[in-house]
Design a protein around this ligand. Structure first.
Ligand SMILES: NC(=O)N[C@H]1NC(=O)NC1=O
Length: 174
């Protein structure tokens, strides 16, 4: 998709197209709409990054709380967004055996009790083993460091979702 096509979109179509590049946060494309026209994909990405990093800590944690648990209730009940379903599936989260499911549940619960937001990681860039290892490791961080670490993962997820949109035929997305 050409950036000129993006720059010519109505506000409504822009938010429809980019509404889930950050999971369940259509506020973010609605906010960066103010910066139109964009130079290229990297420019869109930079504005999203800048917006997220400019949020107060409570806003960053709010963005994190919009993410579903990995291998959590939404996955079990089939209520994940299309993007999250694909990502979790790619990381092997849809084919865990019962011991692995229990381990993910236990670690996710411990993480949320410690930090007050869910564990977020770019599933596309990590295997099942990486995810379990990083979940255990990151539990040792303090809250401020972990908030920033998790926000970095949100920007990685966003970057891959944006790339998918730019590679696709716009008509299939609107
Ligand atoms: N909790 C969490 O990391 N969720 C996600 N990660 C990812 O790549 N897609 C998600 O929905």
């Amino acid at each position: 998709m050409d950036i000129n096509v993006v720059n010519a979109l109505t506000y409504e179509d822009f938010v429809k197209l980019f509404g889930n590049v950050v999971e369940k946060c259509p506020l973010i494309p609605a906010a960066i709409w103010s910066h139109l026209p964009f130079k290229d994909l990297a420019d869109v990405e930079a504005h999203i990054r800048e917006f997220i990093h400019s949020l107060p800590d409570s806003g960053k944690e709010g963005v994190l709380r919009c993410h579903p648990d990995l291998a959590g209730l939404d996955l079990q009940s089939g209520t994940l967004t299309r993007e999250s379903q694909e990502e979790q599936s790619q990381a092997g989260m849809t084919t865990l055996d019962s011991a692995e499911s229990l381990q993910m549940y236990t670690l996710n619960t411990e993480y949320k009790e410690r930090f007050g937001f869910p564990f977020v990681i770019c599933a596309r860039l990590n295997s099942k083993a990486d995810i379990v290892r990083q979940l255990s490791e990151r539990l040792k961080n303090d809250r401020a460091a972990e908030r920033e670490r998790a926000v970095e993962e949100v920007t990685k997820i966003c970057s891959l979702r944006l790339r998918n949109i730019f590679l696709s035929d716009i008509q299939t997305k609107l």
